[in-house]
Design a protein around this ligand. Structure first.
Ligand SMILES: C[S@@+](CC[C@H](N)C(=O)[O-])C[C@H]1O[C@@H](n2cnc3c(N)ncnc32)[C@H](O)[C@@H]1O
Length: 210
């Protein structure tokens, strides 16, 4: 398969159409997303794979779900036996269900409200593409802030797994450069179902060892 085919999309994605996720996840779209059983199943399936990559022990572990939406991913993390903090920009999504046991916090991935080295693991499912606008100088700023934040709040010898929808290979290369320049993270991109466009999923797996 040619590399450019990896990123081919039939339809524009929400982040191609809206600058700010709060402009997309509102009114009817917000209700439809948060009530969708198929969306719940998709998010849960991707989350199970991300948790496999995160490879955590279950004892007294605290995981951040960054860009948690209504909590589909967080709920499965909780069901697996982990403590979870669900963070999202959108208060309405965090209030859609009664998710108090998921420790919901309104916040921005680009300026996280946590002390250094508090999390044993971080996942983010289908959210980071909102920070990856390749044709704007802000692209570098937003992702750079986010990755520095993640690095700061993660404990040593811990992992981060991001699943997201990059627009092209250039985005992956720029992400790699930013990660290397701004943090001590080591890791790689993992592509599942590379030959099946419908099932293909791209993950970034990073380890903080110091
Ligand atoms: C596809 S949705 C939620 C996916 C989530 N894994 C779930 O289980 O539903 C992506 C979410 O990312 C959130 N988001 C996007 N940019 C964000 C940012 N900078 N900080 C926090 N949340 C953000 C959006 O508000 C949205 O709720």
């Amino acid at each position: 398969m040619k590399k450019k085919d990896l990123f081919k999309r039939k339809k524009k994605r929400p982040e191609d159409l809206h600058e700010n996720p709060l402009d997309y996840f509102r009114d009817e779209t917000l209700n439809q997303y948060a009530s969708s059983k198929s969306m719940m199943r998709i998010q849960q399936k991707i989350t199970l794979r991300a948790m496999e990559l995160l490879n955590m022990e279950k004892e007294n572990v605290l995981i951040l779900d960054a860009g948690s939406g209504p909590g589909f991913s967080s709920a499965i993390i909780k069901d697996l036996g982990f403590n979870v903090v669900s963070l999202d920009l959108n208060e309405k999504l965090l209030n859609f269900y009664k998710i108090r046991e998921l420790n919901p916090i309104v916040g921005d991935i680009c300026s996280l409200p946590f002390r250094p080295e508090v999390f044993d693991g971080i996942i983010s499912i289908s959210a980071i593409q909102w920070l990856l606008k390749e044709n704007k100088s802000k692209f570098f700023q937003d992702f750079s802030r986010a990755i520095k934040n993640f690095h700061e709040i993660l404990k040593k010898n811990s992992n981060l797994v991001l699943q997201f929808y990059p627009k092209n290979e250039h985005v992956l290369k720029e992400m790699g450069k930013i990660i290397t320049d701004a943090t001590s993270f080591k890791g790689n991109f993992i592509i599942d179902n590379v030959n099946n466009p419908k099932k293909r999923k791209i993950f970034l797996h990073l380890n903080k060892n110091h």
